[in-house]
Design a protein around this ligand. Structure first.
Ligand code: DGL
Length: 270
């Protein structure tokens, strides 16, 4: 297979990375994709750096067996804690979701006051703050872990009174600061976009790292001469570590292109 025709590997701790897949399909419609969701070991958001690095290494080894030409770490938590190590292990281009989201937020803010919401591990890592301050040391960052958002999304409660209530509790303290941009620093949060936007009010722009990552991926592939310029239909292959039926049902709610199957693999053996 010509290298430009090879698929892109995308991985996440579970289903959330499908929000990144959705953007990649929109912005790079000719690219074939191999997705892995670590549905047996999710959530990553409450786990330690060493565990997340071990899981991520196994997934990258699996994706390399599929001859991927590049890898997207669609999970914010894995991007925050494992991306640097992964970069040193492989010689194909790899990109995470944190840096593109941070760049976009820095370009969006006028008040130089930015909010970040994510999993406990992502927020504790301080990675978004680090990138933002590197871009502009005058930026002030306010962050908040929102651990209940992921299960709410996975239960399908995207628009629900319970979700409104939890969002109100999590987000009210962010409103005490003059933030004008809020980074949705977790794969699941774009699904709660409407609820979060209502809660934060009109003056706050929501930054979706999934959208920015797809843009950055396109630029990365172009700079390595890896963009697929062939007309042929792309292929989409899905792999999970458990619960294929639940995965397929969620995937069909998120993606416009029907997902008919997902193969279960033993990720521990990689
Ligand atoms: N995919 C994770 C992230 O973006 C959220 C779910 C989890 O905690 O594993 O951080």
């Amino acid at each position: 297979m010509q290298e430009t025709k090879a698929p892109i590997g995308i991985f996440d701790s579970g289903v959330g990375g499908l929000t990144v897949v959705r953007e990649v399909m929109r912005q790079l419609p000719r690219e074939s994709l191999v997705y892995f969701g670590d549905t047996a070991r999710v959530p990553y958001g409450s786990k330690s750096k060493s565990t997340i690095c071990k899981y991520s290494r196994q997934i990258v080894r699996f994706l390399q067996t599929k001859n991927v030409k590049a890898i997207v770490v669609a999970c914010n938590t894995a991007s925050a804690l494992a991306l640097d190590e992964l970069k040193s292990l492989i010689d194909i281009p790899i990109i995470g979701v944190v840096e593109p989201g941070a760049i976009m937020a820095a370009n969006t803010t006028k008040t130089k006051s930015i909010g970040i919401i994510g999993t406990e591990s992502t927020i504790k890592s301080g990675i978004y703050d680090k990138f933002l301050r590197k871009i502009d040391p005058d930026i002030t960052v306010v962050s908040k872990a929102c651990p209940l958002f992921c299960p709410l999304v996975e239960e399908g409660l995207w628009e629900d009174r319970v979700t409104e209530d939890i969002a109100g509790r999590y987000l009210h303290e962010l409103k005490e600061y003059e933030i004008d941009s809020l980074i949705l620093g977790c794969t699941h949060y774009p699904m709660l976009r409407r609820t979060i936007a209502r809660e934060m009010g009109e003056g706050v722009t929501l930054v979706n790292p999934a959208y920015e990552t797809a843009k950055a991926l396109k630029a990365m592939l172009a700079s390595h001469d890896l963009l697929n310029d062939q007309e042929a239909e792309p292929t989409y292959d899905y792999y999970v570590s458990d619960g294929d039926e639940k995965f397929i049902s969620f995937a069909n709610d998120v993606l416009t292109c029907p997902v008919k199957g997902a193969k279960i693999i033993d990720i521990e053996s990689y």
